[in-house]
Design a protein around this ligand. Structure first.
Ligand SMILES: NC(=O)c1ccc[n+]([C@@H]2O[C@H](COP(=O)([O-])OP(=O)(O)OC[C@H]3O[C@@H](n4cnc5c(N)ncnc54)[C@H](OP(=O)(O)O)[C@@H]3O)[C@@H](O)[C@H]2O)c1
Length: 280
């Protein structure tokens, strides 16, 4: 039986099946902005169905349709148990698309912007999102993470996370301040996942459904889905949750239909035969 909740940072109980807000404003990376009213409806339905972990960022948006603003419009005043996680690091270029990284001196303003746009006095979880769209590695993150640790000490942030990091960067951050969550690409490093699990740190795979690019209808997923009378997206989500009790799933969608489908994956029990077939 898969455990349904996780204790984030040791003091926030969240449902492991959460919601990624990036798709609310944009269906594809180069398509038009989505209809804000649909995004608001998706957020309200997600919370009505029990989601209490929403992953967002100030840089998620297309034009004037911004994920943080939609979350505030849909859900404020927020339920006490709702955890909204944000990311800082990427800096939007003139077209709004992230094209550079914030310097240590620019991070405070990004955190303050998240507080303002979400209408919060403290952010529950802020990730330092490192690097561009390529895999993690290379640069030192200690100075930037120390800035976020300072903002945590000031009371603006409850818990800290890191995103798109390798083992060395993860260790660097942990030497500065406690890390409560790691958000890496879903196919990254199983060793990092094991380290998170051993330390009670959440591991949050991004692009859990392949980011709308990698097809989900692989033969393995399709076979198990057919056997269980489920969809491939549901099997993918259930299999992520079965991989480790530290994994939090944040499937993203701007569609009410997909939302209902994805959240129903919580009730999907994968047996040993299914898990074996998926890992074969
Ligand atoms: N830290 C990082 O660097 C980083 C990077 C990327 C994403 N993220 C976070 O991770 C979250 C998840 O990533 P994501 O939303 O980009 O990708 P995803 O969850 O892997 O997949 C979303 C894509 O799959 C489609 N989809 C969703 N449910 C579906 C279903 N049941 N059947 C068929 N298609 C379905 C969505 O289209 P529809 O919208 O039309 O349903 C969208 O195109 C984001 O929302 C964001 O919070 C973090």
């Amino acid at each position: 039986m898969t455990i349904k909740t996780f204790s984030l940072g040791g003091d926030l109980t969240i449902r492991r099946l959460g919601f990624g807000a990036m798709r609310l404003a944009m269906g594809t990376f180069d398509g038009p902005a989505r209809e804000p009213d649909t995004g608001i409806a998706v957020l309200r339905r997600a919370v009505a169905l029990g989601v209490n972990h929403i992953d967002t960022a100030g840089f998620y948006g297309r034009g004037t349709v911004r994920a943080n603003e939609l979350i505030r419009a849909a859900l404020a005043p927020y339920a006490d148990d709702l955890v909204i996680a944000t990311k800082v690091g990427p800096l939007p270029g003139p077209d709004g698309v992230p094209s550079g990284q914030a310097t240590p001196g620019q991070l405070r303003a990004l955190v303050e912007a998240d507080l303002r746009t979400l209408g919060l006095e403290r952010l529950d979880l802020v990730y330092l999102r490192v690097g561009g769209m390529t895999g993690p590695g290379g640069e030192s993150i200690a100075e930037r993470f120390a800035v976020l640790a300072g903002l945590q000490e000031e009371g603006l942030i409850r818990h800290l996370g890191v995103s798109n990091v390798d083992a060395g960067q993860f260790a660097e951050a942990r030497a500065v301040a406690p890390v409560s969550a790691v958000q890496n690409h879903h196919s990254d490093d199983m060793e990092l996942l094991a380290e998170c699990e051993a330390s009670g740190i959440a591991y949050v795979p991004y692009f859990p459904l392949g980011g709308g690019r990698t097809p989900l209808d692989t033969e393995r997923l399709a076979k198990v889905a057919a056997r269980l009378g489920a969809t491939t997206a549901q099997v993918q989500i259930a299999s992520l949750l079965a991989t480790s009790p530290s994994i939090l799933a944040i499937p993203g969608t701007g569609s009410l239909e997909h939302l209902e489908e994805n959240l129903a994956a919580d009730g999907l029990a994968l047996g040993e035969e299914d898990l074996g077939a998926l890992r074969a």
